[in-house]
Design a protein around this ligand. Structure first.
Ligand code: PLP
Length: 372
């Protein structure tokens, strides 16, 4: 059994993917060009965001947004301590300081109440608070209306880290198009993955889109004319073509992921009722980038052992909250500072999840888990 079965997916769409790659090879246009413009247009249509700017990765997409906001050393950005390191890493890459706010225990997403508290706390301390980066973890959006409202009141920008949530819905709108910026990732294991690194920024604002397009190519506004700082942050044409070949199947894949999530929830309820399945809030859908359960009572590590012994792959997203990572020891945040994030790190477990998982495979996973 595979944790995410990319082989099965490739075999299913092989003809279309191979033809798309061949077309790029024959075109001789490997950097930017038609394939990149096409996936930008397709995903702008898909998300409803006015602009889509393809990037070399989700990480570079997040970094470019901070560059577009001219985030400076010493500025402060509020984010979640329970995420992949890239979310906080880009903040320090600008010399800015991550200010963590604890998560909600049901969705594992940043809590608006904690964000509000942090805004007041840092404002009172005279800090240069600039923005908020909420993460749509595991494919489910946080309470973006509340977060946007708090940001607007405090004059902060919002970047939705939607690296795990392309395709998710929030109150009738699509993830990536919920705030000033949305950034997704096409890392191979993501719901819409390419065969290397890739990402995309979404925004409705024309002037920011123009700035981001320049910044992704060394700040270039005309050939060898550089008006602003930038990076090499482009998406490869081959990766763009692969994404366009996969995109027509994406909605169906999301339906299959949701069917599999429904079956997991049913099986867990029936056979392992102590294990807490993921929550989908009213008005939201999840793309289940990860199918992450909570195993309370100190039994998570035993569950990992049992699954591994049975040859079933699983993963922990994430075993160490960001504020407890060695790289952030300089922030001097003590253990216990974010109790919900720290508790989650000891209890979460991601089970095999992809559009091609079979009911038999899912039953095997839950039958093994029920023994704990
Ligand atoms: C929440 C989150 N943020 C950022 C990233 C970074 O994306 P990438 O790997 O494309 O740089 C990822 C993906 O790995 C992620 O899951």
């Amino acid at each position: 059994m595979k944790f995410i079965d990319l082989d099965r997916q490739y075999r299913r769409y092989r003809g279309e993917i191979d033809a798309a790659v061949k077309q790029v090879l024959e075109s001789g246009q490997f950097i930017m060009g038609e394939a990149v413009a096409r996936i930008e247009q397709e995903l702008s249509g898909f998300t409803g965001a006015r602009h889509a700017i393809a990037t070399s990765s989700g990480t570079d997409g997040l970094l470019l947004c901070l560059m577009a906001e001219e985030v400076m050393p010493g500025d402060e950005i509020i984010t979640t301590p329970f995420t992949f390191i890239a979310t906080a890493e880009v903040i320090v890459m600008r010399g800015a300081v991550p200010v963590f706010a604890d998560i909600e225990p049901d969705t594992f997403n940043i809590s608006p109440a904690s964000v509000e508290e942090k805004i007041h706390q840092r404002r009172r301390a005279g800090a240069r608070l600039r923005g908020i980066i909420p993460v749509s973890l595991y494919g489910h959006c946080p309470d973006m209306d509340q977060i946007n409202h708090l940001a607007q009141e405090a004059g902060l920008f919002v970047i939705e880290d939607a690296c795990q949530s392309l395709g998710a819905e929030y109150m009738g709108r699509k993830s990536c198009a919920l705030s000033r910026y949305g950034v997704t990732s096409f890392f191979p294991s993501k719901p819409l993955g390419c065969y290397g690194d890739g990402g995309m920024i979404f925004t409705d604002r024309d002037h920011l889109a123009e700035k981001l397009r320049a910044m992704r190519v060394h700040g270039q506004t005309e050939r060898y004319v550089h008006a602003m700082p930038g990076i090499n942050g482009r998406l490869d044409a081959i990766q763009a073509a692969i994404l366009s070949a996969k995109l027509p199947h994406f909605e169906q894949e999301l339906e299959a992921r949701n069917r599999a999530a429904g079956l997991y929830a049913e099986l867990l309820r029936e056979k392992a009722p102590d294990i807490v399945p993921p929550v989908v809030r009213p008005g939201c859908t999840s793309v289940f980038a990860q199918y992450t359960v909570r195993i309370p009572g100190g039994k998570r590590d035993a569950a990992v052992r049992m699954l591994r012994e049975a040859g079933i792959p699983c993963a922990i997203h994430y075993p160490i909250p960001v504020h407890r990572q060695e790289v952030f020891s300089c922030l001097d945040i003590p253990a216990g500072a974010f109790p919900e994030a720290e508790k989650a790190a000891g209890e979460v477990l991601s089970l095999p999840m992809h559009p091609f998982i079979t009911p038999d495979e899912q039953e095997q996973v839950v039958d093994t888990l029920k023994r704990i």
